[in-house]
Write a protein that binds this ligand. Structure first.
Ligand code: GDP
Length: 445
């Protein structure tokens, strides 16, 4: 995930600071030098970095350390607040036209940025808000783009309006508006054509759409993997046609993440959503405060909880929590929890959101290895009978032999899995106290 390397470097800087009793001006300056290097290496815009460091330094030097914090934590607090400010402080929502009026949204961006995919992802979000979106295929140069929009629209259960390749995008937009009025759609999302580079022709085409229909929101889609190019693209679009917001895609990839930190500061345009994967559900609202927490390795518990709420069946979640409390957790519950976890993006993505887990990753705790281990555990459980799954205490040596044979693994592996499972059950019994109890409350850092 983006920011891994930045996150690791920042945490090292803070670790060094934390070991100090008091912070001198020289300490702060030395630490800020390292933060500056880390941000530049993360591909954050140079001018943005300069301003950011100046802001943090001014606040950190000469500031009284707050009650309950050590000087290192104080600096983290300031860096956190400044990171949030850098990304725009507030979450920006896409504005809809009031009443039953139709909101027209035009998607723009270079080819391959993820425009068509994001258009379909957005439609899903709008549906959840009770809207009735209509997707419009205005990319008339790539027949594959029309098909792609149709396929994704169908997956989302959203209608796609297309007139093929032989009409001007502006005319398609106009016809789509008439169609939407008859069809009671209240949001139209125009998927426009991209080019490999910013060029006059593309801008002219977008402008023509804007001149023909009233576009309420122009949203630019940029690819985080392209780093500072994404920021330059955003500046060009802002200058030439004007944009209301940016969606940054592929933040799940191995990008250094600098674009996400620079776009608002350079263009003045807020980031609305972040694309976190290829699946149509992989679009997250952009919360500057949660993103800052992720970058600082403080986890993003709120997004995790929301994801759990969206993906998990609520009754199942409640049942499972009850079972955990009473240590009645069995192998069926384990299978269910693995299933839910996969739905939420797997172990690696969850590790980024849980406080402290990111540090574990840096210490060599490997999500991939964990996932492999989970797959073997699943294979073993699949070799159990229904009765055994529901009652872990039944697993005597002869049953374990049979299970090992069925799963094609050594008996020692079954034994160690059963042992770990029983230990986990015991731990779960204690867990509610650990999380909520006064003494055991989890704390950062
Ligand atoms: P367009 O040319 O701008 O319409 O781009 P597409 O929507 O066709 O996307 C280009 C590629 O990027 C496709 O393979 C998408 O699956 C992929 N993609 C889009 N958004 C994301 C994202 O957030 N994460 C990842 N990993 N891939 C994405």
């Amino acid at each position: 995930m983006a920011f891994d390397s930045l996150s690791e470097k920042l945490q090292n800087v803070f670790k060094n600071l934390r070991s100090k009793g008091r912070l001198t001006e020289a300490d702060v300056k030395a630490a800020m030098k390292e933060v500056k290097m880390a941000l530049l290496e993360a591909d954050v815009n140079f001018r943005v970095v300069k301003k950011f460091i100046k802001g943090v330094e001014e606040r950190a030097i000469g500031q009284d350390v707050m009650n309950g914090l050590n000087p290192g934590q104080m600096v983290i607090k300031i860096v956190n607040e400044e990171l949030i400010a850098l990304m725009g402080s507030e979450t920006t929502e896409i504005k809809f036209q009031p009443g039953s009026a139709i909101t027209v949204i035009m998607m723009a961006g270079l080819q391959g940025a993820g425009k068509t995919t994001t258009t379909a992802k957005l439609a899903g979000k709008f549906k959840l808000k009770g809207k009735k979106p209509l997707l419009v295929a205005c990319d008339v140069y790539r027949p594959a783009a029309i098909k792609q929009l149709q396929v994704n629209g169908e997956k989302q259960g959203v209608e796609v309006f297309s007139m093929g390749e032989n009409h001007k995008p502006a005319n398609i937009a106009k016809a789509a508006l008439e169609h939407a009025a008859k069809n009671h759609n209240n949001v139209i999302i125009l998927d426009t054509a991209g080019r490999l580079h910013v060029d006059e022709e593309m801008m002219a085409e977008l402008q023509e759409i804007k001149d023909t229909v009233e576009v309420h929101q122009t949203i630019l889609v940029v690819d985080a993997m392209t780093g500072q190019d994404a920021v330059n693209v955003a500046s060009s679009f802002q200058e030439k046609i004007g944009i209301d917001g940016v969606i940054i895609t592929k933040l799940d990839g191995d990008t250094r993440g600098g674009a996400a930190l620079s776009i608002k500061a350079v263009t003045g345009c807020p980031i609305l959503y972040a694309g976190m994967g290829e699946k149509l559900s992989d679009l997250e609202q952009f919360y500057p405060d949660r993103m800052a927490s992720r970058i600082l390795g403080m986890g993003d518990v709120l997004t995790l909880i929301e994801k759990a709420g969206q993906e998990m069946d609520e009754t199942k979640a409640r049942e499972m929590a009850q079972k955990m409390k009473k240590a009645q957790f069995d192998y069926n519950d384990y299978l269910e929890s693995v299933k839910q976890m996969k739905k939420m993006g797997g172990l690696a993505s969850l590790m980024n959101m849980i406080p402290g887990m990111n540090q574990m990753k840096n210490q060599g705790v490997d999500a991939e290895e964990g996932e492999k281990r989970m797959a073997r555990m699943e294979a073993i459980i699949f070799s159990m009978t229904e009765e055994e799954r529901a009652n872990p205490d039944l697993l005597n040596p002869s049953r374990r032999h049979r299970i090992a044979k069925g799963a094609g693994v050594d008996i020692s592996e079954v034994n160690s899995m059963v042992k770990r499972f029983n230990e986990t059950r015991k731990m779960m019994k204690k867990l509610p106290g650990m999380m909520g109890g006064k003494k055991g409350r989890m704390k950062f850092p």
